[in-house]
Design a protein around this ligand. Structure first.
Ligand SMILES: [Zn+2]
Ligand SMILES: [Zn+2]
Length: 453
């Protein structure tokens, strides 16, 4: 018997954590935090499995919404064995230490959580068993009640460095958990190749872009051209451009995109500002480019000239030494560099904010992504006039909704479980796929509601 129970991340993007009980072997698929929330609220609900066996955690990739809660899980379940790809393990070390630094500044006592130490992170990361893409391994939990072991394979999901879809085979069931998946090429990452995925009985599918009209989304190539056109306008007028990005993934992809535009003279010479942990993550990209599917093996991100924005305390610097600033967080969450820059940027007539990736409706960045020059908006709980230019681009690390349908069609499962998207997103995918295949069993997953198959 297989039981599927979401502890978080079933109906939105944040705290992805899905429990699978396969003949009494307990497996968690991902263990993320919701970066929009604080304290216990930000974690998956581990209490839902307090009377269940838990043996393993399989991490699809190192974004916070998929890995951030792992140190808290290990506090409660110290015996769990964690698996990820080698690249995810390398990035995990950077992002978990960074998250510990951020948490140390917050007053966790008030939130019933105990922060973890850097020593605990070192131990945790050391204990992660790294596996190669496409290399099958087997699992059998302490109370496993079958002679047959569970077979696991990590498959390249094309989302960020190290990202994987996870294939789980047991008896006659073949389950694929897509994790975050992209079928299209980005500047660096090569899109996922579904021929590696094989036949599937149950597909657990992310639906991030299910509610986004794809006619708005261009290709990476066409968005790059549009980006250069708008960026040149701002830079020629001595303005600076803020691009809110995730430190992991989008920073590296945008660095590579901007560098290509500079190289082929589509973009005017300018300064590039980066900061935080993005440099360390870029180094992991550089180190791994020859062993993963990667578009620009001749490019070293570390060789792209960059100025560390943390070395600059006077924001008027950006009026004098204009340039492009890649700052996290991508969704302009409070207490992050992109949030602080946005407050200054909103006052600057010559400046621009370029939104390049996904922004959740509940994140502070959403109002910015919807605003236009001269609008009056509510940002940081204050009415503020938008003096700067705002442009929206779509450089996506996720599949478009038509590509999500293509995944279902190609893998042709009997059961489809929709996760990692809004109700609206899941509804679009569910309705569309049922109009194509009436016999498919489609579940719109909900946190704290189990599905047995
Ligand atoms: Zn992700
Ligand atoms: Zn995600």
């Amino acid at each position: 018997m297989i039981k599927f129970l979401p502890l978080g991340g079933a109906s939105d993007i944040g705290a992805s954590c899905f429990y699978l009980n396969i003949n009494s072997t307990g497996i968690l698929l991902d263990c993320g935090v919701d970066p929009r929330k604080k304290g216990k609220e930000s974690l998956p609900d581990f209490s839902l499995i307090k009377n269940e066996p838990l043996d393993y955690v399989l991490i699809s990739h190192a974004h916070q919404d998929h890995i951030g809660a792992l140190p808290f899980l290990v506090q409660e379940f110290p015996h769990v064995i964690v698996y990820s790809t080698y690249q995810t393990k390398e990035i995990a070390e950077i992002v978990l230490h960074n998250a510990a630094n951020i948490l140390a500044k917050e007053n966790l006592e008030q939130t019933e959580l105990r922060n973890y130490t850097h020593e605990e992170i070192d131990l945790l990361v050391k204990s992660i068993i790294d596996v190669d893409y496409k290399k099958e391994f087997t699992l059998k939990g302490y109370a496993h009640s079958s002679d047959e072991e569970i077979k696991i394979t990590f498959l390249d999901a094309g989302h960020i460095l190290g990202s994987a879809s996870i294939k789980i085979e047991f008896e006659n069931e073949v389950i694929i958990y897509t994790g975050d998946i992209n079928l299209s090429d980005q500047s660096l990452m090569v899109g996922a190749d579904l021929t590696d995925y094989g036949k599937v009985t149950t597909l657990i599918l992310e639906t991030t872009y299910g509610a986004t009209d794809s006619t708005k989304l261009g290709t990476w190539e066409s968005e790059s051209k549009r980006f250069a056109k708008y960026a040149n306008k701002i830079l020629h007028n001595n303005g600076s451009i803020l691009i809110p990005v995730f430190a992991l993934g989008k920073t590296q992809e945008m660095l590579s995109t901007i560098y290509s535009l500079l190289e082929n003279k589509s973009l005017t010479e300018t300064n590039i500002y980066t900061g935080g942990v993005s440099k360390e993550i870029s180094n992991v990209y550089d180190r791994n480019k020859f062993i993963v599917n990667y578009n620009k093996k001749d490019l070293s991100l570390r060789n792209i000239p960059q100025i560390n924005f943390n070395d600059i305390t006077d924001l008027t610097n950006y009026n004098k030494q204009n340039g492009i600033i890649l700052a996290s967080s991508g969704m302009i969450l409070k207490d992050t560099p992109s949030f602080r820059f946005t407050e200054y940027w909103l006052m600057q007539k010559k400046f621009a904010i370029f939104i390049v990736g996904y922004i959740d409706e509940t994140a502070p960045g959403y109002v910015i992504s919807q605003a236009k020059k001269n609008d009056l908006i509510l940002f940081n709980d204050k009415p503020q006039k938008v003096n700067c230019t705002i442009e929206r681009f779509y450089f996506s690390a996720h599949s478009k909704r038509e590509e999500l349908i293509e995944i279902v069609k190609k893998l042709n499962p009997q059961k489809l479980i929709l996760v990692h998207g809004s109700e609206e997103a899941k509804n679009w995918i569910g309705e569309k796929i049922l109009s194509i295949n009436k016999n498919l069993k489609v579940y719109s997953a909900e946190d704290n509601t189990q599905i047995i198959f």
